[in-house]
Design a protein. Structure first.
Length: 81
């Protein structure tokens, strides 16, 4: 499980253009291979009861943020503790 300390999310909520910047070269390569790279966003996803964690994905054009699943969230919380 890779956790990025430098990744930043741009574009939030209903914004059409969302992307992730400041991934390291190794994190970019891992994302292109299909490996999960997680990072903490500055904003909650899903409103009041949302989560801060995101997964960076490569869609063929850009690195985009995706909200983590409940299983991924449990694993992330265990690994950070």
């Amino acid at each position: 499980m890779r956790i990025s300390e430098t990744a930043e999310q741009h574009g939030f909520g209903s914004s059409r253009w969302k992307w992730v910047s400041r991934l390291s070269d190794e994190e970019r390569k891992a994302t292109r291979r299909g490996e999960a790279v997680y990072f903490k966003s500055t904003r909650l996803s899903g409103g009041r009861w949302g989560v801060y964690w995101r997964r960076a994905e490569w869609n063929g054009k850009a690195y985009i943020p995706r909200t983590v699943t409940a299983i991924e969230l449990k694993d992330l919380e265990k690994s950070v503790e």
